[in-house]
Design a protein around this ligand. Structure first.
Ligand code: CDP
Length: 210
């Protein structure tokens, strides 16, 4: 049976870092599904189109190639915000489902991180972890990450972004951000990266040996 690990959680909760570490540990491919929504939004902005143009967003989503992302651009602060606008459109989400499920269907398994992996994309995943942390901790982590990439950072503006994105992602009707009923919630507010990985590894090993 393939080994699928689903990592979900709110903005800047550390799910990407955790997913990358688990993928490296188990030798599995990793898909950061947030990049799909970021790339969809980016395509609209590049063409000078408004973010609420559903038809153009669906076309952009359908045209994405998983291996062709300009991550530096996509991970910029404004792109996260834009991504959450297009991610609220049911038609955009529908256009991206098959691509994500095809990635997860590799015989050996895969690690996917996002908002709806355990609930919608891979409801049968063997491991489901919902990573969370307080908004303040997440804003601090995002500020450090963006500063590390040379972006100018304003902590209060980032905290504001995090709160706005939490609200938009949780309150939308299409695949809202929430833990799957059978996910293990991992609060990383008081943990560093290595500690988060150690807890997650225990959860994954328990599921693998079950
Ligand atoms: O890294 P961060 O948590 O800030 O964001 P991300 O995972 O790259 O996701 C950017 C935005 O895409 C989120 O705020 C969600 O609105 C959306 N998203 C989603 O709806 N479903 C996913 N599976 C992944 C991302």
């Amino acid at each position: 049976m393939s080994f699928i690990i689903a990592i979900d959680g709110p903005a800047a909760s550390g799910k990407g870092t955790l997913a990358r570490k688990l993928a490296a540990h188990y030798g599995l491919p990793h898909l950061d599904t947030g990049l799909l929504y970021r790339a969809t939004a980016c395509a609209l902005l590049d063409e000078g189109l408004p973010l609420d143009d559903v038809d153009a967003a669906v076309e952009a989503a359908r045209g994405l190639s998983l291996t062709d992302f300009d991550e530096t651009r996509l991970r910029a602060r404004d792109m996260g915000e834009a991504a959450s606008v297009v991610a609220a459109m049911p038609a955009v989400r529908a256009a991206l489902v098959d691509m994500q499920r095809a990635f997860a269907a590799r015989p050996e398994g895969a690690v996917l991180d996002g908002r709806d992996i355990g609930t919608v994309i891979c409801p049968a995943a063997r491991v489901k972890i919902f990573v969370t942390a307080s908004p303040e901790t997440r804003a601090q982590r995002r500020a450090l990450e963006l500063a590390g990439r040379g972006e100018e950072v304003d902590y209060n503006a980032i905290l504001d972004d995090v709160r706005k994105r939490d609200a938009r992602d949780s309150e939308r009707s299409a695949a809202p951000l929430k833990a799957a009923a059978d996910a293990v919630t991992l609060d990383s507010s008081e943990l560093d990266r290595d500690q988060v990985f150690a807890v997650a590894l225990e959860i994954a090993e328990r599921a693998r040996n079950a």
